[in-house]
Design a protein around this ligand. Sequence first.
Ligand SMILES: [Zn+2]
Length: 87
Amino acid sequence: MHQHEHTKAVLNRMSRAIGHMNAVKKMIEEGRDCSEVLIQLAAVKAEITNTSKVILKDHLQHCIVDAVQQNDEAAMQDLMQAIDKIV
Ligand SMILES: [Zn+2]
């Protein structure tokens, strides 16, 4: 089981983002103003980005610190690939 210091906070953030996404979906179903929808979608995107930051920091502080100490090249390569996709 791979758990981190902020796993619970990450799960709470995920629940909030999912709730927010559903609210935006409802706005679209109700034919709400596109500019309002876009602003809310941007807010959801920011929530997701912030959640990624929490996961990345947890991963750096624990898994990657361990990987460096154990000379685990694979864990570092995996992180490099993830960074290429998230940045
Ligand atoms: Zn990790």
